[in-house]
Design a protein around this ligand. Structure first.
Ligand code: NDP
Length: 269
């Protein structure tokens, strides 16, 4: 049966992206253009009445997402600017969430970045390190601090990996390796935890987002796809509609599924 998440407490890392354009909030009408996945997971939980703790580095973007989430039906939204690569931040946002709401029911490990480069093309190979620090270590730190509370609530962990973990694609070696590490980490954690916390591993294909839209490296050091890679992907792979992806993720979490694999990536040859 599907869990009813109304009034449950859901913490989502990487929840700042994808406000798109909120053209109007008058007449109970919101137009959201260029919608992205990350905050759409938040919106999907909001529509189901969940309380939200939203974590990412950009405070103003989190505040925009929070405003929309409240409008969509979330009874309480907490915005916590934080960096998942910093252990002390992870401890702080888990504690702040539990202090505010009294519990934690779902942890969605979603924050992620990508380096898109052939290995020999890195000017400094150490530029690849933040990918592992964010995608792998960020999820490990966050989960470490969340486990005691999730055990108490018999809660759930949802982790956004990638279909890239299954399929070698050029320029994505570091990113894909970070996601493969995420998968085996959470598979092993599932065994360690002996079933007291359900874990859903999500491996989406290409989905329209900041991660797949931007230039190679933004001013803030966020690594995103370059035009060439984007062209290849867009022509070879149908980019997933973000709302459907977000709904599938939250449905899967509510059902306590072990895996959600969105297979469009498999069309890359
Ligand atoms: P976005 O770039 O739109 O979102 C990434 C989110 O992660 C942002 O909210 C960003 O916020 C946050 N983030 C990045 N670094 C940190 C950090 N150090 N600390 C806290 N938050 C951080 O990309 P997507 O929505 O596409 O990505 C979401 C997840 O989905 C990622 O894990 C990605 O790897 C995965 N994925 C994406 C696919 C795609 O095709 N788009 C395919 C398969 C998986 P901020 O910058 O404010 O910190």
């Amino acid at each position: 049966f599907a869990e009813d998440v109304a009034a449950k407490v859901v913490l989502i890392t990487g929840a700042s992206s994808g406000i798109g354009e909120v053209r109007s909030m008058h007449d109970k009408c919101i137009y959201i253009h260029t919608a992205l996945r990350s905050n759409h997971v938040a919106y999907e939980y909001a529509k189901r009445g969940a309380c939200l703790a939203l974590v990412a580095r950009r405070r103003h973007r989190l505040q925009q997402v929070a405003e929309t989430a409240r409008y969509l039906g979330s009874p309480d939204v907490l915005v916590i600017p934080a960096d998942v690569t910093k252990v002390e931040d992870c401890q702080r946002f888990i504690n702040e969430t539990v202090n505010h709401f009294g519990t934690l029911d779902h942890l969605v490990n979603n924050a992620g970045i990508a380096s898109i480069s052939m290995l020999e093309e890195f000017t400094h190979v150490t530029n690849a390190a933040p990918v592992m620090e964010t995608n792998f270590w960020g999820s490990v730190y966050t989960t470490h601090f969340a486990i005691p509370y999730l055990k108490r609530s018999r809660g759930k962990i949802i982790v956004n990996a990638s279909a890239g973990a299954w399929l070698p694609a050029p320029r994505l070696a570091v990113y894909s390796a970070s996601k493969a590490a995420v998968i085996i980490f959470f598979e092993t954690l599932r065994v360690e935890l002996g079933g007291c916390i359900a874990i859903t591993i999500v491996t989406p294909g290409v989905t329209e987002s900041e991660l797949t839209k931007g230039k190679f490296l933004s001013k803030e050091g966020r690594m995103v796809l370059d035009q060439e890679m984007r062209d290849v992907q867009v022509s070879a792979v149908p980019v997933q509609p973000v709302q459907r992806c977000a709904k599938a993720i939250v449905d899967s979490a509510c059902h306590g599924d072990r895996y959600l694999t969105v297979p469009s990536w498999m069309r890359v040859t």
